[in-house]
Design a protein around this ligand. Sequence first.
Ligand SMILES: *Cc1c(COP(=O)(O)O)cnc(C)c1O
Length: 417
Amino acid sequence: MHLFQYKNGELYAEDVPVRDIISEVGTPVYIYSHDTLLRHLMAYEDAFRSIPHITCFALKSNSNAAVIKLMAKHGGGADIVSGGELFRALRAGVPPGKIVYAGVGKTEEEIRYALKSKVLMFNVESEDELKELDRIAGGMRVKAPIAFRINPDIDPLTHPYISTGLKKYKFGIPIEDAVEYYKLARRLRNIDILGIHKHIGSQLTKISPFVDALKKILALIDKLSKQGIPISYLDIGGGIGITYKDEAPPHPSQLAQKVLPMLKGRQLTIVFEPGRSIAGNAGILATKVLYLKNGHKKQFVIVDAGMNDLMRPSLYDSYHHIQPVVKGRRGAIVADVVGPVCESGDFLAKGREIPAIKRGEYLAVMSAGAYGFTMSSNYNSRPKIAEVMVKGKQFALVRKRETYSEIIKGEAIPDFI
Ligand SMILES: *Cc1c(COP(=O)(O)O)cnc(C)c1O
């Protein structure tokens, strides 16, 4: 059941009226549902309970400490892409043995930090990175556990900006060259080959690209095994989509139905890296209507949340459902819902039919729990907004709204001015 629902015309987050949160915390505000986050994690845990597995929540989708802690508390790990995310994961209590580290541009400093922290494995994306890992690990007298991120050249049938598994993108190692890379890794003294990794893109709504990519990877694992290179961790990435509008993405149990038979008889620990499918529909963005404006050809609803708070519509032209916090009896209007940022690209919805809303009323931007706050910025010197987590009848501020002085913290004026 969806936990952002209307009761008597009033939008609730679990058992709390969104209006109550707004009156205490103000707007704009991200609101996350504890039980939804947990249910989404458990969907993976339950679906794959019959085999060794780790669900590594992709921190880039939502890296709030409370969210990470909730994942860790219920057995989840972390998929990280930077030293900053490693810091967050460790601080929230994610066991290092459940942390996988991806990304094409890991710096020496980040590599040292991850080696020192003893993360489960580095998902290596290039020969240069492999050699750098070997050199740094050697200097530290440790071994670097690795998987190669393999690019299986599969079209995930999603938006090009969030598609990664085709040859033309910067991610991973071409599957044809994979054996050579593993052979090279075997020759390096400070590298410990642990696994294989793939992640072909995000917001996948079909299982077939998953299955096609997995087939290719399993064939590669067999090839490696013939060369005497055993693989014990199979990281199949994240990417399962969510319903923003009318998409019907697969449930983890449907994925398991396809994937489990393919893994029969193999001694592999499976790693998942879901982000969006855990956090996306576990969060909303509540915003206040500041002004209504009738342009020559268009009607605008100007709200207090902007592209710096939720970048996805501007960046990917992506759809977020927008609905009033209090329903009431209203007609409908067609409008652009726009923010206060000084950019024409600052919109949350374009040409959208929404209930006729008035100044001072509130709107909820749905499906905003993933790639919402984490992609937000201080553009236009707008303070980062507050985040709240709801559990049943309780709610708590899990990140307070930034102040102006926090925005400029760290800036300095040099003597020569
Ligand atoms: C972004 C990313 C994920 C998470 O993707 P979702 O679509 O949010 O599930 C997982 N793994 C890697 C390597 C990523 O870059």
